[in-house]
Design a protein around this ligand. Structure first.
Ligand code: C2O
Ligand code: CU
Length: 467
């Protein structure tokens, strides 16, 4: 199976590069070098995800007028360069696109009612922005998300940086589950009982819409693996077996020093970039696995091919950093943020769907749903000012808490010894208390929500207003 092999010229390995050139069809589908504007047509498709049948009525994005096959494309953008896309809605319900982790202008953030109108079936919406940060991000709708994301609308974004080191190959993995029954048909997206706990798991686990895919990669080479956890529920604990692997970036931002991959928790919405040093022997395999829970499984296999390039993993240096402002703690204003369960009640109906329950709250306020009146912001922030969010998880479950439009640094935590680089999504552990520093340097209304979509849809949402 081919890999997404892009810049393979490290230390003059042009010959090796040629042998890893990939078929145009797959390359065109999975990897888009986008001249503006990219057509993104939300539409139905079908695919073989389960072993016992073709799943009908999957939702995906296509980039041409003809019917799409396969998963939403990996969208490639360039740091600091304008990007544009036209969303065309060929579904049978309203939708939007949110560009998860990109610090762009509020009007392009893709939240219906809050930042833009719904895009109704047959209509379109033009997105145009300049990504300020390089790294691995992703995109998905922000309307009826349990269904739309659960049925396929989750794609990976790679923002390239011309100053990045060059690797021998690159593989992009979009990790997600599907709730399918016999014959591969979709079943109910959640169980209320699970929504009030850790969330409802899928029944079929895929990477790039395949169960345990295998990719070829140059023997002895350094392979950059970009992983996005786009599932609506599953928290992964990733490990590699069969070769050394180092973590070079988390949630789009470089780590200070590449660190060996041990067992890394990656919640819905989060991303990891690894460099894997492939084995020297042709045919040798490296397994990336999820070791969380009672049912560990292989996420993907990498198989060494060709003669060894004899790279040294100690040559992997830190990636260039992104221009994320550091909060001045001497002037920072503290904002307490509590994540709790709440008394059950029914939310307000919404065009973007409600799942009919409320179980969760932020600062005791359960989100009412995506309604024309979102209620008061969790807090109002002043443009350019410094803040410390004092977050506290008062539940026995982990919650991947995502903030739109602004990145923050984890300053301290009662549950961590190693603090990650700046992020847009913190996997808040059970009973964790942490301090998050940020500069409110982006105007507008920015959602804050748990990325376990059942939690988001049953109350664990709110927003900051930056004025
Ligand atoms: Cu991945 Cu509100 O977003
Ligand atoms: Cu949650």
């Amino acid at each position: 199976m081919p890999i997404i092999s892009r810049r393979t010229l490290l230390k003059g390995s042009a010959a090796a590069a040629a042998s890893f050139a990939i078929g145009g069809g797959l390359a065109a589908r999975m990897s888009i070098a986008a001249p503006a504007p990219l057509l993104l047509k939300a539409q139905f498709t079908e695919a073989k995800l389960a072993t016992d049948g073709i799943t009908p009525k999957i939702m995906t994005y296509g980039t041409s007028e003809t019917a799409a096959t396969g998963m939403p494309p990996v969208i490639r953008m360039k740091k600091g360069e304008p990007f544009a896309a036209r969303l065309v809605n060929a579904l049978d319900e309203p939708t939007t696109v949110h560009w998860h982790g990109l610090r762009i202008v509020n009007a392009m953030d893709g939240v219906p009612e809050m930042t833009q109108p719904y895009v109704y079936p047959g209509d379109s919406f033009d997105y145009a922005f300049t990504p300020p940060d390089a790294g691995t991000f992703w995109y998905h709708p922000h309307c009826n998300t349990l269904t739309q994301m659960g049925h396929g609308l989750t794609g990976v974004i790679v923002v390239e940086n011309p100053d990045d080191p060059v690797f021998d190959a690159e593989i992009v993995l979009n990790l997600r589950d599907w709730r399918l029954g016999t014959g591969g048909a979709f079943i109910a997206p959640f169980k209320p009982r699970d929504a009030a706990r850790g969330g409802t798991y899928g029944t079929v686990r895929t990477s790039n819409w395949q169960q345990q895919p295998r990719y070829d990669a140059p023997a002895g080479g350094l392979v950059r693996v970009r992983i996005a956890a786009t599932d609506v529920t599953r928290i992964y604990s990733l490990a590699a077996e069969g070769a050394p692997a180092v973590v070079i970036a988390l949630d789009g931002n470089p780590v200070d020093a590449p660190t060996p991959l041990d067992l890394l928790d990656v919640g819905p919405g989060q991303r990891v970039e690894l460099v894997v040093r492939m084995p020297d022997a042709e045919g040798a395999e490296v397994k990336l696995g999820n070791l969380r829970g009672s049912n560990p499984f292989t996420v993907a296999t990498l198989r060494a091919t060709g003669t060894s390039l004899k790279r040294d993993i100690r040559d992997v240096t830190p990636l260039p950093t992104n221009p994320i402002a550091e909060a001045d703690l001497s002037t920072a204003i503290r904002i307490p943020l509590e994540f709790t369960a709440t008394a059950e009640h029914a939310p307000v109906p919404s065009i973007c769907g409600t799942i009919g329950y409320t179980f969760w709250a932020i600062n005791r306020v359960p989100w009412q749903g995506d309604t024309p009146d979102p209620g008061a912001p969790v807090s109002e922030l002043k443009l350019g000012k410094n803040y410390v969010l004092q977050v506290r998880n008062r539940t026995p479950h982990a919650h991947p808490i995502h903030l739109h439009g602004l990145s923050f640094r984890i300053l301290s935590s009662n549950k961590r010894t190693v603090l990650p680089p700046p992020t847009d999504t913190i996997l808040l552990l059970p009973d964790e208390q942490a301090e998050l520093g940020l500069v409110a340097d982006n105007l507008g209304d920015w959602l804050l929500h748990c990325h376990i979509i059942e939690h988001q849809k049953t109350g664990m949402s709110g927003y900051f207003r930056v004025v």
